[in-house]
Design a binder for this molecule. Sequence first.
Ligand code: FAD
Length: 562
Amino acid sequence: CPHLTKLLVVVTASGGGLIAYSEGKPLVTRAAYADAGNEERKKKVVVLGTGWAGTSFLKSLKDPNYEIQVVSPRNYFAFTPLLPSVTCGSVEARSVVEPIRNIVKKKKYDAEFREAECYKIDTQNKKVICKPGQANSLGKSEEFTVDYDYLVIAMGARSNTFNTPGVVEHAHFLKEVEDAQRIRRSVIDCFERANLPSISEEERKRILHFVIVGGGPTGVEFAAELHDFVNKDLTRLYPALKKYVRITLLEAGDHILNMFDKRITEFAEEKFQRDGINLKTGSMVVKVSDKEIFTKARGAASPEATPYGMVVWSTGIGTRPVIMDFMKQIGQINRRVLATDEWLRVEGCDGVYALGDCATINQRRVMEDIDDIFGKADKNKGGHLSAADFNEVINDICERYPQVEIYLKRKQLKNFIQLLKTSAEDDELDIEKFKKALSEVDSQMKNLPATAQVAAQQGAYLADCFNRMEICERDPEGPMRFRGSGRHRFHPFRYKHLGQFAPLGGEQTAAQLPGDWVSIGYSTQWLWYSVYVSKLVSWRTRMLVIGDWSRRFIFGRDSSRI
Ligand code: FAD
């Protein structure tokens, strides 16, 4: 029968709405398939972590045909950009968190949350082994396993101490909500202790010396918050102590905020100097004891000891032990974070994705892939490409590797174009010279930054892929495969940089917006308020944060030690 011979049926067993197609048109719906007595199993997706990446994934996932299990030691999402404000009571801790159950209960898919820590990933048997979080733990016997079809690893990172002795024992970190609460209590503690009559002058000076290690955005923001808290609120309440208070910011590099535009760095350094924040650059912390911090200036023979009352350590992020263990297991040795491809898949592990601070897109393959692109574009052109071919190649590379595009758009573009121009002959480009130039770009290309922006965009991207899994199975939309045939199912992940803020205290903020547009001052602080409110995860937290800010404007920060 001609109709029958034309009938091409594709039956898929994965979780979408339609399960059979004839020449691209639906033949049987998933419901009809299930009604006919065919048992159909929903794909199990296990999400590890309820931070920026995990939550963004859960918020953006729409397909009801997945069974979701979320495992995380915290049963809430925390809006980390406002944590420095929590340390000084500008915003309350509960205002920046949203219970994860609130987030998933509004979704169409079935979701279960387990407050637990994953401590082993078994990719061979497709399961993760978990134990209850510290608060619920009654012993090892409570371990449990969770099976998965797809695993989304979004476990973030931990604070990095660079194995500096004494840091874990004596310094505060600023990574979690609990850290921010501890810092808040500790600041007030220092003031109350210094106010005791039995304390000597020398001891009072020590107790009221606050040291911040790390001149990145978090360290700088905390220093600015602390300065405001001390100067606007605490010195009003403890006027006799004002003359003893000192804030020191230590940075091993030459400048603070070195990932920002030079204008922002200069403005921040000058502002801190005016505010009386003691900024020490080129100063490496080598040890922390209970009362002294030991720093070594560049070129100095021996470390210098400085008495302190409180140290906050904010020098970047390190790998969680469970991730380290997993990397060893899958042969990713000597790496800081998990390597994925541009589709966020962990290389060599079926159905495993990694996103956020615990992962990075593997850059080592860039040059290999570029070789392949050239191989295909070059064909028999004897090593020379026309400008049109060249454009196509550049587009292809940029489609695969957003970092190349980001790099090309930055200032170095001028030098790069110059290099290309010198290698061009009569509207043609010498491939070898171009590849050499590109390899320079490659060696300078940085991994995507470990920020909430990257994590959230990756979570949303992956959820979108999961939502369209079947459609894209049928009609792949990604670029051609370099190795193998056909197209990739999805477009690779592309990061869109939306800009970055650096609050500097005194109602002033610096912002570096796309296109290297820089804005600094009081009006930027209002931009900061509006952007952060809009980015908060729910209307509940928005109302709470606006309430906290209004309270602070009217009554100041609360200095009770509770
Ligand atoms: P996280 O958000 O850290 O989430 C990790 C999740 O994994 C958590 O829920 C954790 O409980 C869970 N987890 C941990 N261990 C396990 C385990 N064993 N099993 C299961 N789950 C586990 N970025 C910006 O873009 N802008 C900012 O202004 C900004 N400000 C910041 C301020 C501070 C104080 C801090 C600390 C960070 C800031 N960041 C900012 C960075 C941003 O918070 C991180 O890049 C982002 O949180 C990374 O998201 P993630 O989902 O990878 O990790």
